[in-house]
Structure formats: structure tokens, C-alpha cells
Design a protein around this ligand. Structure first.
Ligand code: C2E
Ligand code: MG
Ligand code: MG
Ligand code: MG
Length: 288
């Protein structure tokens, strides 16, 4: 079954494959070298509780600063890494870096969740849960503060194994989030049967809610349904104040987007957490 899928995929892409093949192979070998040379790094984007503005989590996003090409975006190299198997050491690097950073923030008193993206191939890797547990243990952070983001498409590419991997991860206390929700083919009832913790509503719905009534209806009813099923909901791609306000009014939803905070280096996110911490302490003192 897998061999067939691979075959179909290759034949599907073959017209473009020839044209780009040299360039892609070059980028791939550079990516392999970059991983070894630690040319990759991780930035963090805040996930904000809209009712009080507090940062309750961050999403780890990988970056590649190429010595010649400059910054290469993940959409360009993640697919390459997925097709080559390089995604496994890459994800190890991101998990290790992100959980190491989480340990630092936790030691400073900031109790945020850390979200890390997984690729489809991890969901058919039955060894993943043990590996994740090892990395968390190495940094002495609880698995309950880790959120792993997966897409509907990734789950549906090998649903039986994905189900097993997700169950084992959740058994360890890891939370599972469905990224880009609404762009794949999974129904909410299917996802509920899988037992997940969080839905991230794709930014293609979120970014237009102020101008498109249909998007607003979709977002509003998805939030309602997800909350009723006991899931946490994150709206991604919030780019302006009015959209933030509209979502705040809907209630019960966390937000992520350029308006609330761009992905940034650990020092920048650390400074933000420190500011919020101080403001929180002041508010508490004032109310006593
Ligand atoms: P994603 O997981 O859905 O991550 C959100 C993407 O949206 C990020 O792009 C983020 O910078 C961008 N974004 C955040 N707020 C806004 C906004 O208000 N407007 C717009 N237009 N964009 C916003 P980024 O970092 O380029 O990553 C793109 C995708 O690459 C990610 O989408 C994820 O699927 C993948 N990716 C990133 N890092 C990793 C990683 O470490 N491992 C894996 N497997 N995939 C990753
Ligand atoms: Mg994500
Ligand atoms: Mg997303
Ligand atoms: Mg996305």
C-alpha cells in the first residue's frame, strides 16, 4: 500500500521533478550539512489568551539561515526533509531545542505550553513516543507541557498507525493539536474519536472574518462545536486589531498571529514573558 502511494506520488510530480531535480538535490544536501553544522535555529510565536492578553503557550518554528541564500522558509525545506527522511533528525533538533528552552523559561517561573510541529511521517513511527519522552526527560520538563501539532492530512495518510501513535503520546501526557484545521478532510467527529486536545483553526478562515460573513459563521460554529466537545481552540493568523476584538467577543478562544506577536528569538519571547509576569504581580499586589 505504501509502495503504491510512493509510486503514485512520484508519477504525479514527475513533470516538475525533472526541471527542479538538480536544484532540489542541491538544497537537500545543503540542508543535511546545515543540520550537522547547526545552521538551523528555532523561533517562538506567542499563543495568547484573548480575554486577558496573557501568553499561555508558544509555537516552535524552525528557521534555516543559509550562508548564501539567506533565510530559507520552512515551506521550502520541510517538504524536502519529509521526502528524504531528514525530517527525523530535524524534528529531534527542534524538540531538543524547544524543550531545552522550555526548561529555561520554567526555571524562571513562566509556565507556558510548548507546541512543536510534527510531519506525517512521524505519525507512522511507533518509536516516536519513547523518543519524545527521552528528550523531555533529558531536559526535566513535564510531558504535559508539550503540545504536538499534526494536520488532518497527516493523520489520514496512515490512520491506523497515527491512531496508535497519538494514543501512546496522550497516554504519556502529551497534548495533541490539529493544525490548519478545516483545510483537510477529517470531520470533527472523526477527530473527536481519535481523542485530541486542541484545534487550530486555519488562518484562511480566520483572516477574513471581518469581511466575509461565511468565514465568520464557519469560525464561530467551529469554536462552538470544539468547545462543546471539550477541546481547546486556537485561532491562527490574526493579523489586525478588529479581528482580535471579534474573536475575543466570540469567547473561549486562544489567538496566534502577527498582530498578537510575531515569531521571535528566545530572548524576545523571554522579555515578553517577564513583562507579563511583572504586570501580573503588580495587578495582584494592587488588588490585595
Ligand atoms: P504552521 O504550523 O501552521 O505555523 C504557522 C505559520 O504561520 C508560521 O509560518 C508562522 O510564522 C505563520 N504565521 C503566524 N502568524 C501569522 C499571521 O498573522 N499571518 C500570516 N500570514 N502568517 C502567520 P512558518 O514559520 O513559515 O512555517 C510554515 C509551516 O512550516 C508551519 O505552518 C509548519 O507546517 C511548518 N513548520 C515550521 N516549523 C516546523 C518544524 O519545526 N517542523 C515541521 N515538521 N514543520 C514545521
Ligand atoms: Mg503549527
Ligand atoms: Mg497552522
Ligand atoms: Mg499553516
Amino acid at each position: 500500500y505504501h509502495a503504491k502511494l510512493e509510486r503514485d506520488r512520484i508519477s504525479m510530480y514527475s513533470p516538475k521533478f525533472d526541471v527542479n531535480t538538480v536544484e532540489r538535490l542541491r538544497l537537500l544536501s545543503e540542508l543535511r550539512a546545515a543540520l550537522d553544522a547547526r545552521q538551523l535555529h528555532v523561533v517562538y510565536q506567542p499563543q495568547v489568551d484573548l480575554k486577558n492578553g496573557r501568553t499561555v503557550g508558544v509555537e516552535a518554528l524552525v528557521r534555516w539561515r543559509h550562508p548564501v541564500r539567506g533565510l530559507v522558509v520552512p515551506d521550502e525545506f520541510i517538504p524536502l526533509a519529509e521526502n528524504s527522511g531528514l525530517i527525523f533528525p530535524l524534528t529531534d533538533f527542534v524538540l531538543d531545542t524547544a524543550l531545552g528552552q522550555l526548561a529555561i523559561w520554567r526555571a524562571q517561573g513562566y509556565e507556558v505550553r510548548m507546541a512543536v510541529n510534527l510531519s506525517a511521517r512521524h505519525l507512522s513511527d511507533l518509536g516516536l513516543p519513547d523518543q519524545v519522552a527521552d528528550i523531555a526527560a533529558r531536559h526535566n520538563v513535564p510531558l504535559s507541557s508539550l503540545v504536538l501539532e499534526v494536520t488532518e492530512t497527516a493523520i489520514l495518510s496512515d490512520p491506523i498507525r497515527a491512531d496508535a501513535v497519538i494514543k501512546t503520546l496522550r497516554g504519556l501526557g502529551v497534548e495533541i493539536s490539529i493544525d490548519d484545521y478545516g483545510t483537510g478532510n477529517a470531520s470533527l467527529s472523526y477527530l473527536k474519536r481519535l481523542e485530541i486536545d486542541e484545534l487550530k483553526i486555519d488562518r484562511s478562515f480566520v483572516s477574513n472574518i471581518r469581511i466575509d460573513d461565511h468565514d465568520l459563521i464557519i469560525v464561530k460554529s467551529t469554536i462552538g462545536l470544539a468547545l462543546a466537545l471539550g477541546l481547546r481552540v486556537v485561532a491562527e493568523g490574526i493579523e489586525d486589531g478588529p479581528t482580535t476584538a471579534a474573536l475575543r467577543e466570540l469567547g473561549g478562544v486562544l489567538g496566534q498571529g502577527y498582530h498578537l506577536g510575531r515569531p521571535g528569538p528566545p530572548e524576545q519571547i523571554g522579555a515578553r514573558l517577564a513583562d507579563e509576569h511583572r504586570a501580573g504581580a503588580r495587578a495582584k499586589a494592587a488588588s490585595e
